[in-house]
Design a binder for this molecule. Structure first.
Ligand code: MIG
Length: 798
């Protein structure tokens, strides 16, 4: 029986004293008398891997989560022996290993303790399955805070919580319900203004306890596999997150349309119904780029088939939708119907691609099509086969994206809601049971889907979305938070879950806007859209059992609010695309919880609701009915209220009034925010100018704008445009210096500059040191300043 505890347990074993130490370049092996080996590998000065075995030797080293192209290399490495301990020193940390018991402590360069083993590594032999239940406990200091762990539906700061990682189809989950769809065994600790991260790279069911069981102890453990974790030193949370994201990988850029608005429902059918929905978007002028086909488009829920009475001619329909700017996205589930007439089933059967039970028969489970077998996506041969299945959908029918659902994997009518644990998996040549492969199954499915869609979408970019995911899945896919509910509490949860995923390396995420289960009031829907347009993935979805959830399903006021906020998202597309580029390039999370934004300010440590969208816009949703405003915390620094451009100083909690058609939004002083005109879909318009909203600051601020062809791969060959703006404001002048990198030429010629918060009246303007006449040349029209885009210095004086 698995014990659900990290604590001293009578059957637990501990490493004994060190009897032998070996070094091999960047790796150190500490052998204990009782056959434990601790292997410490210095990957970077601030990234150290700890791996333990209790057998006296290590098994094959294999990980689905680690990105093989991650950065390594250190600047300094020294190994020393002292009387009681050994010490590994890098340019960032000192790592102490006790000779008596293998316990580890990590200190910064000023010898301040960052993290220290309490009991340290210990284990319980698993008599039922073989191997060990591997455990780790660390001491936690008063005031320490904890963040991360993926999609957990609870407060941002995890202190005091025990959490479980086991991918689960958790329909209509509640606040604090565990476990959920995704598994990201990565957390960030923050103490004394110093952040560090732990990534426990183990795909078995894992648990994390943040001072829940014992006040000053943090622990994590797994039901099998190795104690294998990475320690990441900050001290800035920014550095922890970017190092973690580098380690587990970053995606490529999505096509820009994927950052537009998506509309979904379970299900739009037949074709006439779908056509009516898309026509209404255009008629009501609510921008929309993507429309989804849920399970009813298939013939009896058989993957890669079409229900010909609902959709007689998919190719024509998809093409017609595309002409109107709609990209078609279809759902594909893992279960393959057991049906001897069904080609996909026949082929998988003939090639032996399905998962088997321990004693040989194929694993059988009930899902939408009835009894199904399930491909073993942990087998690279099966993944390759799966990828080829997308040829018809993508190349022939023109589908632009694929939605993977039910891949926890979910099974109906069985108490554990998933595969039996004895099911066998290839695990890329490391055969194992479902206990080990469960948490990674969904990611391997999404990975296979991604490779297929990418191959056939080429030279365009693919779009894939998944429900289940393990750490590293961000390399292949976007994701959503699963089957939420149309309640105010779920709006609160969606906000935290998406921020938390962002901090956990999984940036391209969003929630079902309006709630999946049950029916939102118009007010709740409006409040959800107002938040959802600031999530990297922005889609309305509902189960459809309870009527309609299109923007026009409510009243005129809600419709207008929806349009206003979706329009704002489309205006902000270049800003959003730039943050995406910073994410794929540097691993910078697109949404930043306040604690990430300013960890030195302890006011941020327990905040949940406010977040920074990109680098310069603070968003705070309204999370209650009948609100006339709300209390919120504005981080330190100078800000402008987006709605009325009043300047304010942060570092305080205050009440902000809002109307129903607003949520509190603040822009950082000095920011230059790029905007496109509203389009009904990405690429609808070509335009003459890029709008730049320039927020005056007395001081300096840098802003960047990334653009490219919005699809395709030319950006990888240098065909992108990266504009860097350095704003310098003084009492009587404002200077904007511009620098461009990249070979892409944007189609617009001019900037339409909107000067906000200027404390002086404009008396003169110089472009690259040449004075321009203020009225004659029409530089200023309706309060906007029109200038050609290519300047180096724009100098505005009072
Ligand atoms: O058992 O495909 O989370 O988004 O609409 C339900 C039907 C299966 C669950 C997904 C949801 C989707 C629904 N699916």
């Amino acid at each position: 029986m698995i014990t659900n505890t990290s604590l001293e347990y009578k059957g637990d074993t501990y490493p004994s004293r060190i009897v032998l130490v070996e070094q091999n370049v960047d790796s150190f092996y500490f052998h204990s008398e009782n056959n434990v080996i601790l292997k410490i590998t210095v990957l970077r000065d601030s990234l150290i891997r700890f791996r333990y075995t209790t057998k006296g030797y290590f098994s094959t080293d294999f990980s689905y989560a680690i990105d093989k192209s991650h950065t390594h290399g250190y600047n300094f490495l020294e190994f020393q022996e002292f009387e009681q301990f050994y010490r590994i020193t890098t340019s960032k940390v000192n790592c102490i290993i006790q000779k008596a018991d293998l316990r580890v402590a990590i200190l910064d360069k000023n010898n301040h303790l960052i993290l220290e083993d309490e009991l340290g590594f210990h284990w319980e032999e698993s008599n039922e399955y073989g191997g060990n239940i591997v455990k780790m406990s660390k001491t936690s200091r008063d005031g320490e805070c904890f963040y991360g762990l993926g999609d957990k539906a609870t407060q941002m700061n995890l202190k005091g919580k025990r959490l479980e990682n086991f991918a689960t189809d958790q329909y209509a989950y509640q606040k604090d319900q565990e476990p959920l769809y995704k598994v990201v065994p990565f957390y960030i600790g923050l103490h004394n203004k110093q952040s560090y991260g732990i990534f426990f790279d183990n795909t078995f069911r894992t648990f994390f306890d943040f001072c829940h069981e014992r006040r000053n102890v943090t622990s994590f453990w797994a039901e099998g596999g190795e104690m294998n974790y990475y320690f990441i030193y900050g001290p800035q949370m920014q550095d922890v997150v970017t190092t973690y994201t580098d380690l587990t990988g970053k995606p490529e850029l999505p096509p820009l349309w994927a950052l537009g608005y998506h509309q979904c429902k379970w299900s739009y059918f037949p074709e006439s119904n779908l056509k009516e929905i898309v026509a209404t978007f255009r008629e009501l002028k609510i921008p929309c780029d993507a429309i989804y086909l849920d399970i009813d488009y298939m013939d009896g829920f058989r993957c890669f088939t079409w229900n010909k009475s609902h959709f007689p001619d998919p190719k024509r329909m998809v093409a017609e939708l595309a002409e109107d700017g709609f990209k078609t996205i279809v759902i594909i589930d893992p279960g393959i119907k057991i049906d001897k007439e069904y080609a996909i089933y026949q082929e998988a059967l003939a090639k032996d691609y399905f998962c088997k039970r321990a004693d040989g028969p194929y694993m059988k489970g009930k899902v939408w099509p009835g009894e199904c077998n399930f491909p073993d996506f942990t087998n690279p041969v099966v993944r390759e086969w799966w990828a080829t299945l997308f040829k018809e959908l993508v190349s022939d029918f023109g589908v632009k994206g694929v939605w993977n659902d039910m891949n926890e994997p979910a099974v109906m009518e069985v108490p554990n809601k998933t595969f039996p644990m004895d099911v066998r998996h290839d695990y890329d040549g490391n055969p194992c049971s479902h206990r080990k492969a469960h948490n990674i199954y969904g990611t391997q499915m999404a990975r296979a889907t991604y490779h297929g869609v990418k191959r056939y979408a080429y030279p365009k970019r693919p779009f894939v979305i998944t429900r289940s995911a393990f750490a590293g899945a961000q390399r292949y896919t976007s994701s959503w938070t699963g089957d939420n509910v149309a309640t105010w509490e779920h709006l609160w949860l969606a906000n935290i879950q998406v921020q938390r995923l962002s901090l956990s390396g999984m940036g391209f995420t969003g929630s079902d806007i309006g709630g999946f289960a049950e029916q939102p009031s118009g007010e709740l829907y409006a409040r959800w859209i107002q938040l959802g347009v600031f999530h990297p993935f922005c889609r309305t979805h509902s189960s459809g059992d309870h009527g309609h959830q299109e923007p026009w399903a409510f009243d005129e006021e809600v419709l207008n609010i929806t349009r206003k906020f979706v329009n704002l998202r489309y205006q902000l597309l270049p800003y959003l695309y730039t943050m995406f580029w910073q994410y794929i390039k540097e691993g910078v999370p697109m949404l930043k919880p306040l604690v990430y934004f300013d960890q030195e300010d302890i006011q941020t440590h327990y905040r949940n609701d406010e977040f920074i969208f990109g680098n310069q816009i603070m968003v705070c949703p309204i999370l209650e009915p009948n609100a006339l405003g709300r209390r919120l915390y504005i981080p330190r620094g100078q800000w402008y209220n987006y709605w009325n451009n009043t300047a304010m100083t942060g570092g305080k909690e205050l009440w902000i009034d809002t109307d129903f058609d607003q949520i509190p939004l603040f822009v950082k002083a000095g920011a230059i925010i790029p905007k496109y005109p509203v389009q009904q879909y990405v690429g609808e318009l070509t335009f003459e100018e890029l709008t730049l909203d320039v927020y005056f600051k007395n001081g300096k601020e840098k802003s960047v704008v990334y653009e490219d062809a919005q699809d395709g791969y030319d950006y990888k060959k240098g065909r992108f445009s990266l504009l860097s703006f350095q704003l310098t404001g003084k009492e009587n002048e404002l200077m904007i210096q511009q620098h461009k990198e990249g070979k892409f030429e944007t189609s617009y010629k001019n900037y339409k500059i909107n000067l906000i918060g200027l404390p002086f009246e404009v008396r003169s303007i110089e472009i690259d040191t040449v004075a321009v006449s203020l009225d004659a040349d029409g530089y200023i029209q309706n309060g906007f300043l029109f200038v050609e885009k290519g300047f180096s210095v724009l100098h505005i004086k009072g």
